[in-house]
Write a protein that binds this ligand. Structure first.
Ligand code: DX5
Ligand code: ZN
Length: 222
């Protein structure tokens, strides 16, 4: 099923609660929450206290994307502050398999994110454990960047690998997703779409409706 996950990184933080409720009303499927540590990526965004606060105002599933070195240290904390899905970067984990196992043990869905330079093949031995894979379609760290078209090929390689292993995981894409490119990304095989600027950078209701129309016009559901 196609799902829209707006990234609150592009929201107006002075009106964060209000904008989340607007997105919820517009029918988005989950909320993408980018946590940055100033080490794995250059910037620091927000962390547990913000997630805890917004957990109180919405029922939307929280899709927490950790751009954090050695995230195993924080898995339990993110569960406790309200994460439903937890994504860690393959490049940030010394013990990726252990980290994924821990996320699942705590009852969250587990996903692994791949930077643009990391091949799909690097997930071969952990893929059977994953609920989803997050293919970064920009280099992580900032909203509003340009989509990297070479990632379409990575999405296709990932599907090939999943076919070979008999694994069915969702494929999430993150970075530079717009109404102009969403169809070709759907055609490549992604089914969850993170969108920051193209949802929060304007009329939230209208933007979400645009994505939902794009999803609806395709009858190719997984
Ligand atoms: C980038 C973040 C993204 C970002 C996407 O490091 O992981 O989730 O918010 O923003 P847009 O959709 O504007 O590229
Ligand atoms: Zn993200």
């Amino acid at each position: 099923m196609y799902q829209l996950a707006p990234s609150i990184l592009s929201a107006d933080f002075a009106r964060l609660g209000e904008q989340i409720l607007e997105a919820e009303k517009a029918g988005v499927d989950m909320l993408h929450i980018d946590v940055m540590d100033g080490s794995f990526v250059p910037r620091i965004s927000y962390g547990m206290p913000v997630i805890e606060s917004i957990r109180r105002i919405t029922e939307l599933p929280f899709d927490v994307h950790l751009m954090v070195q050695e995230p195993l240290r924080f898995v339990r904390d993110f569960k406790e502050c309200g994460a439903d899905l937890l994504t860690v970067h393959a490049e940030a984990c010394t013990h990726l398999h252990t980290t994924v196992t821990e996320i699942k043990k705590l009852g969250m869905k587990a996903g692994v994110a791949l930077n643009p330079a990391t091949p799909a093949e690097s997930l071969r031995y952990v893929l059977p454990e994953l609920d989803y894979v997050l293919v970064m379609t920009v280099n992580p760290g900032f909203g509003g960047q340009k989509f990297l078209p070479s990632m379409l090929d990575k999405i296709r390689s990932l599907h090939k690998l999943m076919g070979e292993l008999g694994v069915k995981a969702d494929v999430e894409v993150d970075g530079g997703i717009t109404l102009q490119n969403v169809r070709e990304v759907m055609d490549a095989g992604a089914n969850w779409f993170v969108a920051g600027t193209s949802v929060f950078g304007g009329d939230i209701k209208q933007n979400a409706a645009g994505f939902k129309a794009a999803f609806g016009n395709e009858d190719k559901c997984r």
